[in-house]
Design a protein around this ligand. Structure first.
Ligand code: V3L
Length: 85
């Protein structure tokens, strides 16, 4: 993504980077000024709310995670559930 930025979602004790395809979807939606978008990850539909900067499972919004757009160099757990070595 431009400027070395990436999209992250919250894990138990750190941040996971979104997979490449989803992060491009988020970047396109965010960059075009949308307030929210919908993505399919790991078999679930999620609403990405850019106003609140959270990800919510569409069929169970209590499944909520914070998200952020930050430099790809920040400490992270891994990418989309794949742990960094
Ligand atoms: N990308 C990939 N997998 C996701 C995403 C996403 N954006 N959102 C949820 N899941 P929920 P720790 C996460 C997975 O929110 O140890 C991590 O990727 C989510 O995976 O209740 O807590 C790890 O694989 C979870 O398995 O709908 O940091 C795993 O949690 C499942 O969808 C453990 O991470 C339900 O998430």
């Amino acid at each position: 993504l431009p400027g070395g930025y990436q999209w992250f979602y919250e894990g138990r004790n750190g941040w996971w980077q979104y997979d490449e395809r989803t992060s491009h979807e988020l970047e396109a939606a965010y960059g075009s000024g949308q307030r929210a978008c919908e993505v399919l990850v790991a078999g679930f539909l999620y609403i990405i709310d850019f106003d609140r900067m959270v990800q919510l499972r569409r069929n169970d919004p209590s499944r909520r995670r914070r998200i952020k757009r930050d430099l790809s160099s920040i400490p992270k757990k891994g990418v989309a559930g794949i742990k960094l070595p």
